[in-house]
Design a protein around this ligand. Structure first.
Ligand SMILES: NC(=O)c1ccc[n+]([C@@H]2O[C@H](COP(=O)([O-])OP(=O)(O)OC[C@H]3O[C@@H](n4cnc5c(N)ncnc54)[C@H](O)[C@@H]3O)[C@@H](O)[C@H]2O)c1
Length: 260
């Protein structure tokens, strides 16, 4: 027997991973590492499912892909049944979803319309609650819900209404932790440093902003490596944070802890 094959930190865990779009998606790394650590994974995909399916075939074990647009109530209402066709329950759920219209990003903060802000908050903030509640029927034995955050304790260049949506996500996570604790469900966020994914590339001016990050980080920071953020997600999904909920774990090379 190969050393370590039966020793994954997610051995026996059943994990739903949202947010795979490309192989640079944070969710893709989460799915890959989760499988390597012994988890059974189901993915949800948004929009062009054939694309997500193609990417998912690069994973160690191509998982089922289920359609989920978090703005679609029917998708949410039927999610547990559709996931249940592939797996008999869930021990973990990963929310790796964010979107804001172009007008809500890139320095247009004072002129963004409510409709565009509402879209950003619906997809990036409210959906954390929607997803957790939709998965509740499958989490009878308790479990762990993990979301991807970008530190919202400060105003950043160009991040604008996405930053406001993330501040909402941080608060949403604490309220979810309050209300799901009685079901044995932990709710936590990983606040990642900037990573060159589709979501990041679609923010005008993010490239210039992110370039200063590696120099500010005591540990340095690789803008092209989502693995550190993904590994933190795995840790929170595992049994090794049994008494932690409502928490934000920063995986940013240490930038959040530094002065200017
Ligand atoms: N890339 C970064 O710099 C960075 C840093 C910190 C946190 N994050 C967060 O990580 C998460 C994942 O983003 P990523 O950087 O991996 O980029 P990504 O573009 O690979 O992933 C974003 C995902 O959101 C999904 N999505 C958008 N609208 C949706 C909807 N209506 N319903 C369901 N899914 C929808 C997309 O399909 C995509 O899979 C996001 O919450 C993002 O804000 C990213």
């Amino acid at each position: 027997m190969e050393w370590g094959t039966d020793m994954g930190i997610l051995d026996g865990k059943r994990i739903l991973v949202t947010g795979v779009l490309t192989d640079s998606s944070i969710a893709y790394s989460v799915a890959r590492l989760a499988q390597e650590e012994g988890a059974r994974v189901v993915l949800t995909g948004f929009g062009r499912l054939s694309l997500v399916e193609r990417i998912s075939r690069r994973l160690p074990e191509p998982p089922p892909v289920i359609e989920l647009d978090v703005q679609n109530t029917e998708h949410l209402d039927t999610l547990a049944d559709r996931v249940g066709e592939h797996i008999d329950g869930l021990d973990g759920v990963v929310h790796s979803i964010g979107f804001a219209p172009q007008t809500a990003l890139g320095g247009n903060f004072l002129n963004t319309s409510w409709e565009d802000v509402a879209t950003a908050v619906h997809v990036s903030t409210y959906s954390f609650k929607s997803l957790a509640v939709a998965c509740l029927p499958l989490m009878k034995g308790g479990g762990s819900v993990v979301g991807l955050d970008f530190d919202a304790s400060k105003a950043w260049p160009v991040y604008d209404w996405m930053g406001v949506a993330k501040a909402g996500l941080e608060s949403c996570s604490r309220y979810l932790a309050r209300d799901l604790g009685k079901h044995g469900i932990r709710v936590n966020l990983v606040a990642a440093g900037p990573l060159r994914t589709m979501a990041a590339k679609s923010i005008p001016g993010f490239a210039e902003f992110e370039e200063s990050w590696p120099a500010k980080a005591p540990l340095g920071w690789d803008l092209t490596d989502p693995a550190p953020a993904a590994r933190a997600c795995l840790a929170l999904l595992s049994d090794w944070f049994p008494a932690t909920t409502g928490e934000i774990v920063h995986v940013d090379g240490g930038v959040h802890a530094m002065g200017a």
